[in-house]
Design a protein around this ligand. Structure first.
Ligand SMILES: [Zn+2]
Length: 67
């Protein structure tokens, strides 16, 4: 069961978010990035649990979302 979380891609709360990546910030634990199902489909995001074994954990469309 997924809790409503902040969707990084549409910048709002999504009801069906999934963790799609973890960003290393260099200090602290880094960022946990969640995306709702609509944004996952739209941006081709893969849930972190489905990333390939050699993934560094960043979202599949990163760094396009980098600001
Ligand atoms: Zn979204």
């Amino acid at each position: 069961m997924n809790d409503p979380r902040w969707c990084r891609w549409h910048k709002g709360i999504g009801p069906d978010t999934a963790l799609v990546g973890v960003i290393e910030t260099g200090s602290g634990p880094g960022g946990m990035l969640y995306a709702c199902s609509r944004c996952r489909k739209r941006h081709g995001l893969t849930p972190l649990v489905d990333h390939p074994a050699d993934s560094d954990g960043s979202p599949s469309d990163y760094p396009r979302v980098r600001t």
